[in-house]
Design a protein around this ligand. Structure first.
Ligand code: COA
Length: 260
């Protein structure tokens, strides 16, 4: 499927989805949000895809935010629809059932930071920059930023970043728990590829169970979340991959996971 604002490619079981509006620093307009929604739905349905890497084209930006030119003319009703479309996209990424890695090489601002936070793992170049600068536009984050930032980095950091609109570097983002790894710019592709290959070789149903337990369990009371984990643990015993993984260990060989 051809997209106007995205580039997609496959490397083995790894699908890369890149926002491709480099002249606008990959800003998210409505069309791009819709295309991303479609691209992630396709990745979810395709059994050959085990891991998704999300990035932006060009050196300068991952995604520099929601499209300010488009938002400038919005009525409140249009803004409500835009926010809901963005939030649904972010939730669909979070609930994809397969690991999603954000590859962040430059600006991840506003909707770009929200997009990165919806991914499960974030690997950043040391040149990347992060922030929720919506307040400088008289706005608040509208694609889940207030909530995911709160959950990832805590109330203090969420309030500081959203109220100040400050742009922070990758090292600070790592200290705040916003990114999982920071690497030299020239090492970014290797770091992302190694991680993606490692995740692609893992048992897919176990990966889905872990994503569910951490993401859904994290929103529950502890007793309920622990029971949810028990159900996921028990369900894994119904899979061929669990028999293969435990047998491979006992037979001292490498496991071959099939996703069944
Ligand atoms: N929406 C729409 N267009 C954007 C954009 C956004 N979020 N971010 C960048 N662009 C566009 C610029 O308007 C410019 O387009 P033009 O060449 O047609 O004028 C182009 O991308 C390049 O950006 P520019 O501002 O010239 O680059 P810079 O290197 O001087 O500054 C930033 C880079 C990221 C600091 C600056 O673009 C910026 O502050 N962007 C907005 C960030 C933001 O507020 N995001 C949250 C939105 S809710």
């Amino acid at each position: 499927m051809a997209y106007r604002n995205l580039e997609t490619s496959n490397r083995g079981a790894v699908r890369t989805i890149a926002v491709n509006r480099p002249d606008k620093l990959n800003a998210l307009n409505r069309d791009t949000l819709n295309e991303l929604t479609l691209a992630f739905a396709q990745a979810a349905q395709d059994d050959a895809v085990r891991v998704v890497v999300l990035t932006g084209t060009g050196e300068k930006a991952f995604v520099a935010g929601a499209d300010i030119a488009e938002m400038n003319g919005y009525t409140p009703i249009q803004a409500q629809a835009f926010s809901r479309t963005g939030q649904r996209l972010m939730s669909s990424i979070e609930r994809l059932g397969k690991p999603v890695i954000a590859r962040i090489q430059g600006f991840a601002l506003g909707g770009g930071m929200e997009l990165a936070m919806a991914c499960h793992l974030r690997v950043a170049s040391e040149k990347a920059k992060f922030g929720q600068p919506e307040i400088n536009l008289g706005l608040i984050p509208g694609f889940g930023g207030t909530q995911r930032l709160l959950r990832l980095a805590g109330r203090g950091a969420a309030l500081e970043l959203c109220l100040s609109g400050a742009v922070i570097n990758a090292q600070r983002a790592c200290e705040l728990g916003l990114v999982t790894r920071v690497v030299a710019a020239e090492a970014l592709d290797d770091a992302v590829n190694v991680l993606a290959d490692q995740l692609a070789a893992a048992a897919p149903l176990a990966a889905a169970g872990i994503l569910d337990a951490v993401l859904q369990g994290g929103e529950m009371a502890l007793d309920q979340a622990l029971e949810f984990e028990t159900q996921g643990f028990a369900l894994a015993f119904s899979t061929d991959d669990m028999r293969e993984g435990t047998s491979a260990f006992l037979e001292k060989r490498k496991a071959e996971f099939k996703g069944s």
